[in-house]
Structure formats: structure tokens, C-alpha cells
Ligand binder design. Structure first.
Ligand code: HEC
Ligand code: HEC
Length: 206
């Protein structure tokens, strides 16, 4: 027992010594170059994030932003002041984006994909049938994409719009993004159509 704890202690001490060297002596990496903010990572003193402003354009006066890649959730081009947070009883987004009202306010209608359930049906397995007793398994084939209609009702998993759609600020990127997307046609730059083309380019295992 005693021996083990001695070994453990000396190992811990050695570890601390190595850590100490790395942090205090500087070595090849300085504490100020470890973070994107170009300040020491060991103190928050005097650190304030660069200020950035979000678009002030009211809904109806903003210009939509090109999609980042095929079927990327579009960015919110207008101000969301007064529209968030989305709560259980209040979702202002629906007031303009539900397909039945969108046209009259010139908003992009919520697409068909949000009125579908993309999850397979899960059941509790029965011995000798679907899986071992009590295991939850997909009733449906795991190699297929399942999409069932929610009969005109917004799928509950789509209710919290700002979980996927976000407004943009004028913050300067700390690292340049070199990603270049490919689009199937130029149409996909402006609109998504996931419910029609979700399996494009996907090789399904048969
Ligand atoms: C008062 C009506 C209104 C409300 C409320 C509203 N929007 Fe919009 N939204 C629009 C209009 C109109 C556009 C088209 C751009 C424009 O004209 O400002 C738009 C554009 C968008 C787009 C871009 C669509 C595209 O084709 O690129 C997204 C995403 C979006 N809104 C999400 C939201 C979310 C999320 C909320 C709730 C936080 C919301 N909107 C609330 C009217 C509204
Ligand atoms: C789980 C993520 C997620 C949530 C939640 C979500 N969306 Fe989307 N949305 C997407 C993705 C991904 C796309 C692009 C692919 C597609 O068409 O489904 C999209 C597309 C859209 C589009 C563009 C349609 C077009 O024709 O180009 C609009 C408008 C939109 N969503 C509005 C909303 C609104 C309003 C809500 C809330 C009621 C919402 N979304 C909730 C992920 C989400």
C-alpha cells in the first residue's frame, strides 16, 4: 500500500513539474498564442469580446442570404428583436412563416421537410422477434431513410426554430473559412428542397 502511494505521489509530482515547465518557462508556445483572442489564457482580466451588431432590418425589409451548402438551414436575414425567445406558448416565427400566411407577408414558407417525421418507429423488442427482451430497436430497416407525414402539423422537433436558424452579426471571423460548397444547380443557393432530394449522392446499403 505504502509503496504504491509513494509511486503515485512521485508520478503526480513529476506531472506537476512538467506542467509547471510548460506554463511558466514558455518554451516554444507562449500563453498569449494559445487562444484565438491573442491574450493570455490564464486570466480573464480586462478581456472583453470584440463588439458586433446584429442586423437591424425588420422582417420584410431584409435580403435573404445565400445557402452555405445544399440544404443548409437558411440564416435569418432580419432582426429577431422582440421575436425571441421562442416559448411554449409563443412562437412569433410561425405567425409569418407558416405556409398558409408566408405568401401574404413575402416570407419563405416553412418547407415540407418540417411537416414530416424523419425518425424510424421504435418499439420495445420481444425475444425472438425484433431484439433481445426489453431493448429498444428501430422497427423499420436501419439502412433506409424514413419520412412519414405529420398530416399538415409542424413536427414538434421543428418548433424551436432558433435551434437551427440563426441571425447574423457583423463580427469578423477569427479564422478565414476556406470551405467551398458545391451546389447541384444554382437553384439550391436560394432554396432548399430536402423533402425531395434528401438521398441525392447517398449510396444506400442494400
Ligand atoms: C413579421 C413577419 C416575420 C416574422 C415574425 C419572422 N419572419 Fe423570418 N422572414 C420574414 C420575411 C418577410 C423574410 C424574407 C426576408 C425579408 O423580406 O426580410 C424572412 C426570412 C427568413 C429566413 C430566410 C429564408 C430564406 O429563404 O433564406 C429565415 C431562416 C427566417 N426568416 C426565420 C425566422 C425565424 C426563425 C423567426 C422567428 C424568430 C422569424 N423568421 C420571424 C418574415 C418574418
Ligand atoms: C432541427 C433543425 C431545424 C429546426 C428546428 C427548424 N428548421 Fe427550418 N430548416 C432546417 C434545415 C436543415 C433546412 C434546409 C433543408 C430543408 O428544406 O429542410 C430548413 C429550411 C427552412 C426554410 C427554407 C425553406 C426553403 O424553401 O428554402 C425556412 C423558411 C425554415 N426552415 C423555417 C423554419 C422555421 C420558421 C422554424 C421554426 C418553426 C424552423 N425552420 C425550424 C432546419 C431546421
Amino acid at each position: 500500500m505504502k509503496k504504491i502511494s509513494k509511486i503515485a505521489l512521485s508520478l503526480a509530482a513529476a506531472g506537476l513539474f512538467v506542467m509547471g515547465c510548460a506554463t511558466t518557462s514558455g518554451g516554444d508556445i507562449s500563453a498569449t498564442s494559445l487562444s484565438l483572442r491573442k491574450a493570455s489564457v490564464f486570466s480573464e482580466k480586462g478581456i472583453t469580446p470584440e463588439s458586433a451588431t446584429f442586423t437591424k432590418a425588420a422582417p420584410g425589409t431584409a435580403k435573404t442570404i445565400d445557402r452555405s451548402f445544399v440544404n443548409a438551414p437558411p440564416l435569418i436575414p432580419h432582426s429577431v428583436v422582440g421575436l425571441v425567445p421562442i416559448t411554449k406558448n409563443n412562437n412569433a416565427c410561425l405567425g409569418c412563416h407558416l405556409p398558409e400566411v408566408a405568401k401574404s407577408v413575402h416570407a419563405t414558407p416553412i418547407p415540407k421537410s418540417h411537416f414530416m417525421n424523419w425518425r424510424p418507429t421504435y418499439v420495445v423488442g420481444k425475444k425472438g422477434k425484433l431484439s433481445l427482451d426489453g431493448h429498444v430497436v428501430a422497427k423499420t430497416d436501419g439502412n433506409k431513410v424514413y419520412a412519414s407525414s405529420t398530416h399538415g402539423k409542424l413536427y414538434p422537433g421543428r418548433y424551436n426554430c432558433t435551434q437551427c436558424h440563426i441571425p447574423q452579426s457583423n463580427a469578423k471571423p477569427l479564422v478565414k473559412n476556406t470551405f467551398k460548397p458545391d451546389f447541384i444547380t444554382t437553384k439550391e443557393l436560394k432554396r432548399s428542397n430536402l423533402s425531395q432530394n434528401y438521398d441525392v449522392g447517398v449510396n444506400t446499403i442494400k
